[in-house]
Design a protein around this ligand. Structure first.
Ligand code: TPP
Ligand code: MG
Length: 895
């Protein structure tokens, strides 16, 4: 009989009455089943609410395992051999870090994260993670980045990595190669698939990956499978807003193909995650509240008999009330301390453990280190339908490191172990290495025919091969898609259109193409109307896993808001990070799924590289392909928005990302050339690059592409002469560089200079300072290393070799952008740009304020001519007056 007298007395309820209620409930459960019992509870809850009996919802369950012992099922593996394999992996992972640190103290790695995650990973590797085969697409697994030594160490036992490679962990520049510190597909493209080490990125990417898998299935681009997306993360990692920021999407979309495993070792880098609280309970509430299936794995099998004896729930209550800081202390303390602090609060608890020796109390295992508990949780997770699952597994940071790190606050960065500590670790995990060898800390791999290696191999074979393992399985595209872009090369016949509209026109064409049409993935974060894309709603539909369950308010209109199960547009709502995660899933599908999806993610340009650059960086690491479109771009082109919206930064922020090609085109034909080339390079030639193209909302007549093969080449390489001066006689010459919408200011300046000041200026369209800059530094580097050979000439220098006169550049971005190439141009370069905070006003006022309009370009040109002694100061002074330039105006950088 259950005795609730303790609780009841506190609440002032007759214990007998409580007992009767419980017995009635037990009877319903026993006789009518679980569903009926749940209905009964629901009805009681509604009733209580109706009668004002207070909120009857708690997002938390008691601090015990979600899966009761009776439902645990049998463990199908050979537990002893799996333990031995795991011990060897633990040893080699530790040896990697310790050895690397001995060679160079500044190098090492992390021991304690994997030490806590070993069982969580190993149960996955031995029983759940399915490899990618010709028949089955395989599971997608995001592994906790700091646990990489464990993953390498397993691959060593699997025979996939050599001892030499392990030796060179974190020393990638060794002549015989090394291993990356963390999962980096860029650096190990056959091994790692997903970069996970920047905390918070992988959980968000995993959610959108799982959703993208469904998208591909709903659109019949890939067959429906039961493949899973697993994401392993740290409990400290859940502090990152990205980690929890999209969890409601996963439940809203019923992503039962998604499993999070949170390694709750209660510690982060500096100390406890929630010393004064309970991270597991906090996460349980958050995930349950968001509609996830939550499985807590808190206690190992050693605890089962104790809970069995805990008939009045005192132990559960005590553990539930203990803060994590104290729980962490139990790890480092003695058995006597555990007895006193866990069981000492009540004589009944003390009695429960009176026959349990101190040593047994000290080593009571938590759930995340018990293979049977972890297996049961994963099995339940993969079988669960209707919602995503999170497994909250309680572990110990630095498990097995004993006094040198187990549960200690210093453990995260522990890289050194003395001989005594190594001996203890060796003995605890039964590693067959003798005392003499310890100082050397050798890697250990049992012979090929050992039971361990045979078992491990057999398990992976059964599960379809090794994980992680990256394979590019897509086939190159065939057609050249010339025809799709042809109409954009011939101008708009005087019709005023923006480059954004031109891009949308191209997108529409691509969507109709027989080869790439279905592969195009348009992604928008609630900005389709801003970019004039609403016509696509109707053309290809907005993806919704549920179709459209309502009649849209605008159904009577031509361009109504059409949601469909096979809709093509990913309308992500206001989440640039989520949209980027969709871009990453689509941009890497050529490897993950063997499908060449071509993402076009269009967003407010200020909220891209400025806001979610770390995701863009991860996309590059992951070898993503596709197009990022920075819409409403430019500091002065986006009128009326102001400081937070106007982007004069993104082309600078695009510089560091090595595989990102960044363009600031002015005309439709430039965009057409860039996109067509991008599709060829990425999807025909298989280059792992991606594109950033800024598009604007200023409408003007689009000219046709000037003739000559050098134009196309120039657009792609970064610059070409768009309009040469017709005046061959003037002694006053200039070369003016314009980009994006500011190109038209340069063209106006060209006319002003010619008409009013007799200056003959050529105008260049600089489509990519980044491309020019990269070409310049590459050329310089080659020259540095080949002094005896004929020096190569940067493309920008080649362009300007025979171009006479002063040089002036104007951009809607920072002045630093044109200045990037100043050392390779033949003479001084005057740069006009938009440094400073944006503000809201019309374009004309903004271009005056930032000093990038045709008047300022004219002034800068005259000023350069003055400096060259070609004109008098009075001419410039007069021009300032004539142009109406206020010399005492506010400095945009400082105001
Ligand atoms: C965005 C980001 N910030 C900081 C770090 C540095 N860092 C690496 S591991 C770590 C602590 C991780 O704690 P937790 O997530 O609990 O993982 P554990 O090692 O405890 O399993 C921190 C702060 C990082 N990798 N990424
Ligand atoms: Mg942690």
């Amino acid at each position: 009989m259950t005795d609730n007298s303790g609780v009841a007395r506190v609440m002032g309820i007759d214990p007998q009455e409580i007992q009767e209620w419980i017995e009635s409930f037990d009877a319903v459960l026993k006789e009518e089943g679980q569903e009926a019992a749940t209905v009964l509870l629901d009805r009681l809850r509604s009733r209580a609410q109706k009668l004002g009996a207070g909120p009857a919802f708690t997002a938390n369950t008691p601090y015990v395992n979600t899966i009761p012992v009776e439902k645990q099922g049998v463990f199908p593996g050979d537990q002893e051999i799996e333990r031995r394999i795991k011990s060897l992996i633990r040893w080699n992972a530790l040896a990697m870090v310790v050895r690397a640190n001995r060679v160079d103290h500044s190098i090492g790695g992390h021991i304690s994260t994997y030490a806590s995650a070993a069982t969580l990973f190993e149960i996955g590797f031995n029983h759940f993670f399915r490899g990618r085969t010709d028949e089955f697409e395989g599971d997608t697994v995001y592994l906790q980045g700091h646990a990489s030594p464990g993953v390498y160490s397993r691959a060593f036992l699997e025979g996939r990595l050599s001892a030499k490679q392990l030796e060179n962990f974190r020393r990638e520049l060794r002549p015989d190669g090394g291993l990356t510190s963390y999962p980096h597909p860029w650096l190990m493209p056959d091994f790692w698939e997903y970069p996970t080490v920047s905390m918070g990125l992988s959980p968000l990417m995993a959610i959108y990956q799982a959703r993208f898998n469904r998208y591909l299935e709903d659109r019949a681009i890939k067959p429906k499978t039961n493949a899973k997306v697993w994401a392993f993360l740290g409990d400290g990692e859940t502090d990152e807003p990205e980690t929890l920021g999209a969890i409601t999407l996963a439940s809203r979309e019923n992503l039962d193909n998604l499993i999070f495993v949170i390694n709750c070792n209660l510690q982060r880098l500096d100390g406890p995650v929630r010393g004064n609280g309970k991270i597991v309970q906090e996460l349980e509430a958050a995930f349950r509240g968001a509609g996830w299936n939550v499985i807590k794995v808190l206690w190992g099998s050693d605890w089962d008999p104790l809970f069995e004896r805990d008939v009045d729930g005192l132990l559960v209550k005590g553990l539930g009330e203990m803060v994590d800081g104290e729980a962490q202390k139990l790890v480092v303390e003695s058995g006597a301390y555990v007895r006193q602090h866990v069981f000492g609060t009540d004589p009944r608890l003390l009695k429960m453990v009176e026959n349990v020796p101190d040593e047994a109390l000290r080593t009571l295992r938590v759930g995340g280190h018990d293979p049977r508990k972890v297996y049961a949780a994963y099995k339940s997770a993969v079988e669960h339908t209707g919602s995503p699952t999170v497994v909250l597994a309680r572990t110990i940071k630095g498990y097995g490191l004993g006094e040198s790190g187990e549960g200690r606050n210093i453990t995260h960065q522990q890289k050194k172990l003395n001989e005594e500590e190594l001996r203890e670790f060796r003995s605890r995990f039964g590693i067959p290495i003798n005392d003499e060898q310890l100082a050397d800390t050798p890697f250990y791999r049992p012979s090929e025919d050992s039971r361990e290696i045979q078992y491990l191999r057999a398990r992976r074979q059964e599960l379809g091969g090794y994980v992680p393992s990256r394979k590019v399985r897509s086939k190159p595209l065939v057609a050249d898609h010339d025809a799709l872009f042809r109409e954009f090369l011939t101008g708009s016949d005087g019709r005023e259109v923006s480059t954004t509209m031109a891009f949308v026109g191209m997108l529409r064409q691509m969507l109709r193409d027989p080869e790439i049409g279905k592969l195009v993935v348009p992604i928008v974060p609630d900005e389709a109307r801003t970019f004039g894309m609403e016509s696509l709603f109707r053309q290809v539909g907005i993806y919704s896993s549920r179709g459209q369950l309502y009649e849209p308010v605008d159904q009577h209109t031509l361009l109504y808001y059409k949601e469909a199960k096979d809709g093509q547009i990913l309308e992500e709502g206001i989440t640039e990070a989520g949209s980027m995660a969709s871009f990453i899933a689509a941009g890497s599908a050529y490897a993950t799924h063997g499908i060449n999806t071509i993402p076009f993610f269009i967003y407010y340009s200020m909220f891209g590289l400025q806001r979610i650059s770390d995701f863009i960086w991860a996309a590059a690491d992951m070898r993503c392909r596709g197009f990022l479109l920075g819409g409403t771009a430019g500091r002065t082109t986006l009128a009326g928005e102001g400081l937070q919206h106007q982007d004069g930064n993104s082309h600078i922020l695009a510089l560091p990302i090595p595989t990102l090609w960044a363009y600031d085109p002015a005309f439709a034909y430039e965009i057409a050339v860039i996109i067509q080339e991008g599709i060829r390079r990425m999807y025909k030639d298989g280059e792992s690059i991606f594109y950033y193209i800024t598009v604007m909302n200023e409408a003007y007549a689009m000219p046709s592409m000037p003739p000559g093969p050098e134009i196309r080449e120039g657009i792609l390489k970064g610059m070409y002469r768009y309009r040469a001066s017709e005046n061959r006689k003037s002694k006053l010459r200039a070369q003016i560089f314009g980009s994006g919408a500011i190109l038209r200011e340069a063209l106006k300046a060209q006319e002003l200079l010619e008409e009013k000041y007799g200056v003959a200026a050529d105008v260049w369209s600089v489509t990519s300072y980044k491309a020019l800059y990269n070409d310049g530094i590459n050329t310089e580097r080659w020259n540095l290393l080949h002094p005896a050979e004929k020096p190569r000439v940067p493309y920008v220098s080649q362009c300007l070799r025979d171009a006479p006169g002063v040089l002036v550049a104007a951009t809607d971005y920072l002045k630093a952008l044109p200045n990037l190439v100043s050392k390779w141009v033949p003479r001084r370069l005057a740069a006009l740009g938009t440094d400073g905070f944006g503000r809201s006003d019309g374009r004309e006022a903004l271009r005056n304020f930032f000093e990038v309009d045709s008047r300022f370009i004219t002034l800068a040109t005259l000023h350069e001519l003055l400096q060259d002694g070609k004109i008098e100061a009075t001419v410039v002074g007069k021009a300032i007056q004539d142009l109406g330039i206020d010399t005492e105006k506010a400095n945009p950088l400082l105001t």
